[in-house]
Design a protein around this ligand. Structure first.
Ligand code: GLN
Length: 496
């Protein structure tokens, strides 16, 4: 892993900070010793792991890909980082990301764009392919062997999209399964700790290590709910032992994901995925999730509103960088100058939109309807899954336990294989600019259409690398009912 960082990182730009070689080698030999003595701490003992730069770490800086946090060192480790260390995992370094998680191509990082490790063009400027975002550094680090797994964060697809572009596994557990304590907030009601890994089994090992109740995270799934859901989850896990016989498994294909701009290649691979399950005896049924069309606008309304509030903490007083402009004795100039200098253009755009959404008038017209749409998207999923949603289920709602529906859903993870940097740049003001045909700032948001519904509903979702098209991988996404994480991982393992 150390050699791969040295070899590939200058090209790929996956890590923004790497632990000292000496420290890594020491940790490595300590782990080797434990392996020899039969005193290993866990199956992850000695495993090289990358950490997205929005997880707090005591020893390496935590910048969230932003200039405003340049050089910031957190006084504590995020709970999930602590759990990995206790399991003997070796933290290789911090991975590049779109500033504060805002983006889908990893072109909005103060520390430069992440280049897709499958890219063959060495010196081709904007024609190079992106790794996807916002956890692009984590996906690229795993894809180029710099670590076997990496933590990412997934607010609206930031783990699944780069996983699809880079050809690795990208897993977003159910909301509340893994502690967010020490994960720097973008949109708190959507932010989820995510995992990128070389295969489903490695993703599962990381998940088993970091998934636990944490009293420091008020949205952590409490133990009594964990036990209740895990009992049900296990029943589904043990039902399909034989990898080659999936008889009885029902996979739903949501027709609303068959959107207009979906590339032909992706449609082909989606069909192949369907065939995979059919050949093993599973039943494939088309399903309808009619509220999907509200998912994107609802997501960008809620995420930006929450972001505008959460990012108010970067004022130059408490964290990170402070403007030296010293315009007046007035504090307001200190805040304004710090934020004007420290935030990148996309973050500013989103703070302004989010602030607007939360102002009187717009709040009723946009924010509340978005919350209602979110609930409708959630209910869509509850209607198609066989498993009841144990988060909302109470005695009065017994009709949702009806034994009709699907066990999992299968969709593409992204609309296309990895695009080039040029295709991802926001529209310029130049009316002759060719990019205008494809991608404006809003058009790039459309890329998240496959992934945001699961984020709004808080359900688990995993992108599994399926095939390569013209040298670039494509991922397919499996979605499960809220809390059924082990079942989802089990079937994803068979699928991969
Ligand atoms: N691309 C989406 C956004 O820009 C999702 C990002 C994420 O999941 N962090 O908000």
């Amino acid at each position: 892993a150390i050699d791969n960082v040295q070899l590939h990182n200058p090209q790929v730009n996956a890590f923004v900070a790497v632990e000292e070689r000496q420290v890594l080698e020491n940790l490595g030999s300590q782990s080797m010793q434990r392996h020899e003595q039969g005193t290993t701490l866990s199956p992850l003992d000695g495993a090289p792991i990358g950490i997205k730069d929005n997880f707090c770490t005591e020893t390496l800086p935590t910048t969230c890909g932003s200039k405003i946090l340049e050089g910031f060192i957190s006084p504590y480790d995020a709970t999930v980082v602590q759990r990995l260390k206790q399991a003997g995992a070796i933290i290789m370094g911090k991975t590049n990301m779109d500033e504060f998680g805002m983006g889908a191509a990893n072109i909005y990082s103060h520390y430069g764009t992440v280049i897709n490790p499958h890219d063959q063009e060495k010196e081709n400027g904007n024609k190079r392919h992106v790794a996807g975002g916002s956890s692009g550094g984590s996906a690229a680090a795993v894809a180029s062997g710099m670590c076997i797994a990496a933590l990412g964060s997934d607010t609206g697809g930031s783990v699944r999209l780069p996983a699809s572009y880079c050809g690795v596994v990208g897993y977003k557990p159910s909301y509340g399964r893994c502690s967010r304590y020490g994960l720097v907030t973008y949109a708190n009601s959507l932010d989820t700790v995510g995992i990128l890994a070389q295969d489903v089994n490695s993703a599962r090992l990381v998940y088993d290590t970091i998934s636990a109740y944490d009293s420091k995270d008020p949205t952590s799934m409490p133990n009594n709910l964990r036990t209740r859901i895990d009992d049900q989850d296990q029943k589904f896990v043990s039902r399909w032992h034989n990898k080659d016989d999936l008889t009885g498994l029902v996979i739903g294909i949501p027709q609303e994901y068959y959107v207009d701009p979906l590339s032909e290649t992706v449609i082909d691979f989606w069909r192949q995925g369907i065939r995979f399950f059919k050949e093993r005896g599973a039943t494939i049924v088309p399903v309808s999730l009619p509220m999907t069309r509200f998912a994107l606008p609802a997501y960008f309304t809620i995420a930006l509103a929450e972001a505008s509030s959460n990012l108010a903490r970067y004022d130059g007083v408490r964290y990170g960088r402070r403007s030296q402009a010293n315009r007046e004795e007035d504090d307001e100039f200190l805040y304004a100058d710090t934020r004007a200098e420290g935030f990148g253009s996309e973050v500013k755009r989103r703070i302004m939109l989010g602030t607007h959404i939360l102002t009187a008038g717009t709040y009723d017209k946009n924010f509340l309807p978005a919350q209602k749409a979110r609930r409708l998207v959630q209910e869509d999923f509850d209607k198609v899954f066989i498993q009841p949603n144990l988060l909302h289920h109470d005695e009065k709602m017994t009709d949702i336990t009806e034994n009709k529906g699907v066990h999992l859903l299968l969709t593409p993870s992204a609309m296309s294989p990895a695009p080039t940097i040029e295709e991802c740049l926001p529209e310029s003001d130049d009316s002759n600019d060719k990019r205008k045909e494809h991608h404006g700032a809003v058009d790039t948001y459309v890329n998240d259409v496959m992934t945001v519904p699961a984020s709004l509903a808080g359900i688990p979702a995993i992108s599994v690398p399926f095939e390569k098209s013209n040298g670039f991988p494509i991922g397919l996404q499996l979605l499960g009912q809220y809390g059924y994480d082990q079942f989802l991982l089990e079937i994803a393992d068979i699928f991969s």
